[in-house]
Design a binder for this molecule. Structure first.
Ligand code: COA
Length: 374
């Protein structure tokens, strides 16, 4: 058995930001238009009027201050309210592949690896641009990597589940150098016209190089163990899929074809799952959360992360112990914990341990216990 290690990470950050002020202004203009266009139905009580969103609510409820997106103009146009990403020819790189390539090249450079040395590409994300050919195979081709590639989706836990799959294959010897990429175009499955969730998501792509520890060319993180679990819930759901066109009335603008959640229930149900998952993972390794120098948590909600940190550590996390990036990036689904890991891990001393933990739709929880080796 070989020991897997993360030897490089990379983050692609899209070119456009949307601040809460810009977002709320566009949403409120949309709500005013809606109320104007439906004035008679609202007056007669057939239709509920739309309420304004508020910057104060967004920061207080989520900790999010801005988000990055692949297209800003469509999202902020009250007559459109979704990103506009023109269709590309089959000969051109797909949008997800292009985002992933940027993050992948950064991760490979950090690992000191050439793309030709990669023999596994996993594209793990909460939504895929197409059914087939797998986006991972396109990325493998565009990079000039060898071996194989496949796509996988476990929503917000896609990256940690992908890491477990790659680490297990490295351990078993079926691959030698894996690349896990998480291109997340959350802006395209967010309903920007829904006040309850319009502020939640942003776009990004992350990448990790995982290879045999003995092959590492510099400082790295040994993957001590991984743990993944799932339990079915409808509280975070997106009903879009390839059967959509086969159903009567399916081409209508149905709300359930975008991200939907029962946020309060998610908050209440996922918190205990995650705390118990981390405690069990640490106990399984003969330790406790007190042994951890850093927690890189899924980035959905600041209050949620503060709560998990406190529950897991048995005390409020100290500054820097549990870095948040959601104030800048919002919820970027599977990529969130990997952005935090990529940006806040270099400073850890040799021998210290940290834990990546993601959670979300499924429900799903995935964690990776890592040891810094300098
Ligand atoms: N602007 C102003 N007010 C808003 C608003 C907005 N954009 N959205 C909702 N509100 C109002 C609601 O109407 C409600 O008002 P009421 O009490 O008068 O009915 C009030 O604010 C509370 O709304 P609620 O939706 O219950 O907010 P919340 O405190 O639960 O926070 C979330 C919402 C989504 C931020 C929070 O539930 C959450 O983060 N949950 C977990 C999400 C998660 O991790 N999901 C995983 C996704 S991958």
């Amino acid at each position: 058995m070989h020991t897997p290690a993360i030897t490089g990470t990379g983050v692609f950050t899209p070119p456009h930001t949307i601040t809460n002020a810009e977002l709320v202004k566009a949403f409120n203009a949309y709500a005013d238009r809606f109320n104007q266009q439906n004035a008679a139905a609202i007056e007669s009580g057939e239709q509920a009027a739309m309420s304004h969103s508020s910057e104060e609510f967004i920061v207080k409820a989520s900790g999010i201050e801005q988000r990055y997106v692949m297209d800003k103009s469509g999202v902020l146009d009250p007559a459109v309210m979704h990103p506009i990403l023109p269709e590309r020819a089959d000969e051109d790189p797909s949008v997800m592949a292009e985002m992933a390539l940027d993050a992948a090249r950064k991760a490979l450079a950090q690992a000191g690896r050439d793309a030709s040395e990669v023999d596994l590409v996993i594209c793990a994300a909460s939504n895929l641009e197409r059914a087939y050919p797998a986006v991972a195979v396109e990325i493998q081709h565009l990079l000039g990597a060898g071996g194989m590639g496949f796509d996988m989706n476990v929503a917000c836990s896609s990256a940690t589940f992908g890491l477990q799959a790659a680490a297990d294959m490295i351990r078993a010897g079926s691959v030698r150098c894996a690349l896990i990429v998480n291109p997340e175009i959350c802006s395209a499955h967010l309903e920007w016209r829904d006040r309850d969730c319009h502020f939640i998501f942003g776009d990004v792509a992350t990448a990790m190089v995982v290879e045999r520890k003995e092959d590492a060319k510099g400082a790295h993180f040994e993957v001590l163990s991984t743990r993944c679990s799932t339990a079915f819930s409808n509280n975070i759901r997106n009903n879009n899929g390839f059967l959509r066109r086969t159903r009567q009335g399916a081409m209508q603008d149905r709300r359930d074809m975008q991200f939907m959640q029962n946020g309060r229930k998610v908050f209440k149900e996922v918190l205990p799952m995650v705390s118990a998952h981390i405690a069990e993972h640490m106990a399984g390794e003969g330790g406790t959360a007190e042994d951890l120098s850093r927690l890189w948590l899924h980035q959905a909600n600041k209050t949620m992360n503060d709560f998990i940190g406190k529950k897991v550590l048995g005390r409020p996390p100290e500054d820097g112990e549990q870095p948040n990036i959601l104030q800048d990036y919002a919820n970027t689904s599977s990529a969130g914990s990997i952005i935090a890991f990529s940006k806040f891990s270099d400073d850890l001393p040799d021998g210290s341990t940290g834990l990546i933990c993601s959670f979300g739709a499924g429900y799903s929880v995935g964690s990776a216990l890592l040891r810094r080796c300098v």
